[in-house]
Design a protein around this ligand. Structure first.
Ligand code: AMP
Length: 217
């Protein structure tokens, strides 16, 4: 399965990618996770990306393309990939098309997760994430709180609010989505790759995807 997951922050891209990955074996590639790991590790990439992430702004296209050109050629991508949070701008999508042509890879679909602004805001302000990079389980204070407050059910690490999940950063991320990322919907529609699904529940999204891609549930 070679999919792009498109949608605003909080639309459920990461959650759906994890479920599809477990079902199909395709590797989840989240540019946000890669960048946050780089910030934590204090690498040059992390140093350059840090301020943008904190403010909820997009990191420069060139930086992202250098990262993804390398990532998509790693061996684990041969069994398929789920691009979560990339591409996020028209220049990134155009560069990705060129890169995939060069590598002889064809995308199956672009899954666009649709959600209302109200739901997005609610999900983002109540989302909590496991700090353990190898786990990164996602919780929600209302719908899926950890059994013990602040502790991950899966690995016992701390569960925290992300730096860019403050109200100011969230507003900036949603603006970046509307101005820079939403145009990708039309871009992929024109290429006949778009599949839009209402992101009401993970089950509903998985059902729609497995049906449309002809996979078994
Ligand atoms: P995410 O976890 O996907 O919401 O990404 C968190 C932050 O990482 C974003 O707000 C951006 O600052 C940065 N980021 C992630 N992916 C990209 C991308 N494809 N292009 C530019 N910036 C990105």
């Amino acid at each position: 399965m070679k999919l792009i997951l498109l949608g605003a922050p909080g639309a459920g891209k990461g959650t759906i990618a994890k479920l599809l990955s477990a079902m199909d074996g395709a590797v989840q590639i989240s540019t946000g996770d890669i960048l946050r790991s780089a910030v934590e590790a204090g690498t040059e990439l992390g140093r350059q990306a840090r301020g943008y992430i904190r403010r909820g702004e997009l990191v420069a296209d060139e930086l992202i393309m250098t990262l993804m050109e390398h990532r998509l050629q790693q061996a684990d991508c041969e069994s398929g990939f789920l691009l979560d949070g990339f591409p996020r701008t028209i220049p990134q999508a155009e560069a990705l098309n060129q890169l995939l042509d060069k590598l002889g890879i064809a995308l199956d679909k672009v899954l666009n997760l649709e959600t209302s602004r109200e739901v997005l805001l609610n999900r983002l302000t109540t989302r909590r994430t496991c700090v353990n990079r190898d786990c990164q389980a996602i919780y929600n204070l209302n719908s899926k709180p950890p059994a013990v407050a602040g502790i991950c059910d899966q690995c016992g690490s701390e569960v925290l609010q992300r730096d860019d999940e403050t109200e100011v950063a969230i507003a900036q991320r949603l603006t970046a989505y509307h101005t820079k990322t939403a145009p990708l919907i039309g871009f992929y529609e024109q290429q006949g790759l778009l599949m839009s699904v209402q992101s009401t529940s993970s089950e509903a999204v998985l059902k729609a995807v497995t049906e449309q891609l002809g996979l078994k549930d």
